[in-house]
Design a protein around this ligand. Sequence first.
Ligand SMILES: *Cc1c(COP(=O)(O)O)cnc(C)c1O
Length: 433
Amino acid sequence: MIPTRTTLTPDEMPKRWYNILPDLPEPLAPPLNPGTKKPVDPKDFEPIFPKALIRQEMSSESYIDIPDEVLQAYMMANRPSPLQRAVRLEQVLKTPAKIYFKREDLSPAGSHKTNTSIAQAYYNMKEGIENLATETGAGQWGTALSLACNYFGLGCEVFMVRASYDQKPYRREMMRVYGAKVHPSPSDITDFGKKMLAKDPKHPGSLGIAISEAMETAVKGKNTKYSLGSVLNHVMLHQTIIGEETLLQFKKLDEQPDYMIGCVGGGSNFAGFTFPAIGEKLKKRMKTEFIAVEPTVVPSLTKGKYEYDFGDTAGMTPLLLMYTLGHEFVPSPIHAGGLRYHGAAPTVSQLVKNKVVKPVSYMQKEVFDAAVMFAKAEGIIPAPETAHAIKAAIDLALEAKKKNEKKIIALNFSGHGLLDLGGYQQYLDGKMT
Ligand SMILES: *Cc1c(COP(=O)(O)O)cnc(C)c1O
């Protein structure tokens, strides 16, 4: 028998988040005010974010303590999560490589996103905020924030891209179970939404439009702030609980991964999984290679330009230095909805530019081939986003087979696909291109 799970006890759960900012190869370029092109004054963020999160966004401390209440909520979300070995997949591939996957799908919301939604809801609650507004594409982020707001007693308003609102009712209903108000975006309750609907009453919406609506709601609403599920430094920070746990688990195994792989939408699950190990590599204590996987049709890291761009479509956010396809880029409607973002986190982008992280891209069909192979071997149905990382891991395992090398491959299993079965249906019916 080969053991497949490496677990941590609640006592062993890391008590600090890792902040990569002081360890980056070069200082991170600041966000710019789009009007003046000058660095944004932290005070300018106060209408939308609580002070604690603004401090974390710019912190130069290497570690930040996780509050006790957040650790408690992390346990509700099934932390610490197991590091699991895909023994059966290794056998199917006949590879000498070992393949590990970190189980972020075990959160009740279904993805890694609760690692930051819990932290964000907590800090807002601490500063007396009563409501959070946010956007969601396929619904994973909205679900995670709804769960966290409910946990800490906050109201939650979610602007959900209309195409998903109509086509994916189940995550919408999950959010409502947790007590959130869910609006299809563009909506008729914000000025920006009304403007979009005037142009096209059947507007399918986009993540950028939904961000703009949520920010408008935060700025105009009473005791309301805005919450973002990826891209920003404080979101990457909260996600590092994944990578901190993973380092402890590899220590228990007495192994070091040769490769660490994550899919990239805004970059937060990739960052959370890899940043603690990247910090070690930058200090020459690890030799791991880091691979960021994106869809070929949303190629921000592999084909985008490294330049200042808006985080949203409407141009309401500060300018961020990142790999971007342009804020007006309209991605094709692939099933990995969480990877359809025009840019990528400034931290992840800088690490790509400095060649610490290697970006690769895959087509939807080959990604679903990998997803189904994984599900048949391991029993777990991955989210289409997660399947991008699985595809990269399988390719590396096959390369190791060719060279007869005992490589150790680790991927972040960012979420399950039980609410993405529409995509699987299309694939199985042979209707996916
Ligand atoms: C949201 C999401 C992603 C992509 O977002 P990142 O910010 O890049 O992590 C990946 N996988 C799943 C399951 C998601 O829900």
